[in-house]
Design a protein around this ligand. Sequence first.
Ligand code: TRP
Ligand code: SF4
Length: 325
Amino acid sequence: MKENIVMSGMRPTGMLHLGHWEGALKNWVALQEKYKSYFSIVDWHALTTDYQNPENIDSYIQETLIDWLSVGIDPEKSVIFVQSSIKEIAELYLLFSMIVPLGWLERVPTFKEQQLQLKDRDINNLGFLGYPLLQTMDIIIVRGNMVPVGEDQVFHLELAREIVRRFNNLYGEYFSEPKEFLTPVPKLLGTDGRKMSKSYDNSIFLSDSAESVEAKIRPMKTDTRRQRRTDPGVAEDCPVYSIHKSFSSENEKESIVKDCASASIGCIDCKKILIKNLNNFLEPVRERREKYKNTDTKEILDNGAKKARAIASETLENVRELMKV
Ligand code: TRP
Ligand code: SF4
C-alpha cells in the first residue's frame, strides 16, 4: 500500500479568516498529526493574477505564515515552505507542459469565470492558463496524494488526476493519483449572510481582537421573522446561527434552535453566546500569534524549503530519467 502524503497550499493574498479555518486549515491541523504533510505558500500562483502588482506578495507571505502558525500548523510536524523557493517545481512544470493538451486547461471553469470576474486586469496569459497544471506540480512533486482543500478546488483535482494518468500511461506508473479531502461542513457564511470572503468585507479574521469580533457580530442581521423580541424565528434562516453551527456546542445549538422558535431567547443574547464562543476559539490562536511574532520566521521557511527540496529533486530526477532528458 502507498503511503499517504498530505499536500496543500494557499495563495498569499492577505489575512486569513474563519472561512479558511473551516474550509481547509482545520483539516490541515488534524492531518499533520497522522501523515507526512507539506504546506506551501504558493506565491507563483498569486503572480498568475497579480503580476501587475506584485509588491504586496512578500508581506502577504509573512501574514499567511503567521496565520498558519497561529492556528496550530506546527513546523515540527509539517513541512512549511514558499513555492518559489523550490525551483524544481518550475522544471517539472516545463516537462509536464509537453504532455498536457491545451483543451484540458481551456475547459477549466475558473479559467473563463475569472477572466469575466477580474475585469480590471488582463489574465489572458499562459501563466493563468497553466494555473491548474502548476497546482498539480505542487502536489505531485512531493508525491502528495491527499489534498485537503475547499469544494471550489474539486475540478482542479480532477484535472490533476487526468494529468497524472497521462504521464503514467506515457512513461510508466510513477505517480499516484491525488485525491481531494473535503470538510463535511458547508461553506461558512460571513456577517452579511453571504459566503465569507475578504472581497465582501464580511469576514472575521483569525487575527481579529476580541473587541473587533464583538463589533462585527453585534450589528448582524438576523432572521427577518424576528421583527420584535416576541416574534418567533427560524434559526436555520439566520446568518448568526450559520456561524453558531461551526463554533458552538451541540447543546447550545439545540437550545438556540428551540429558544429562537419560541422567542424565549433574544437575538442580542444569542449573539453574545456566539461572541463568547468565537473568542474562546480565537484566544489560543492569539496566544500562538504572540509567541511566533518573536521567532525567526525565515528559519522556519528555510527549514521547510530544505525538506521540500529534498523530495522534490528526487522526484524531478526520476521524471527526467523517464522522459529521457
Ligand atoms: N488553487 C488553490 C486555491 O486557490 C491553491 C493551491 C495551489 C493549492 N497549489 C495547491 C491547493 C496545491 C492544494 C494543493 O485554493
Ligand atoms: Fe438568529 Fe439567534 Fe436571533 Fe434566532 S435568536 S434569529 S438564531 S440571532
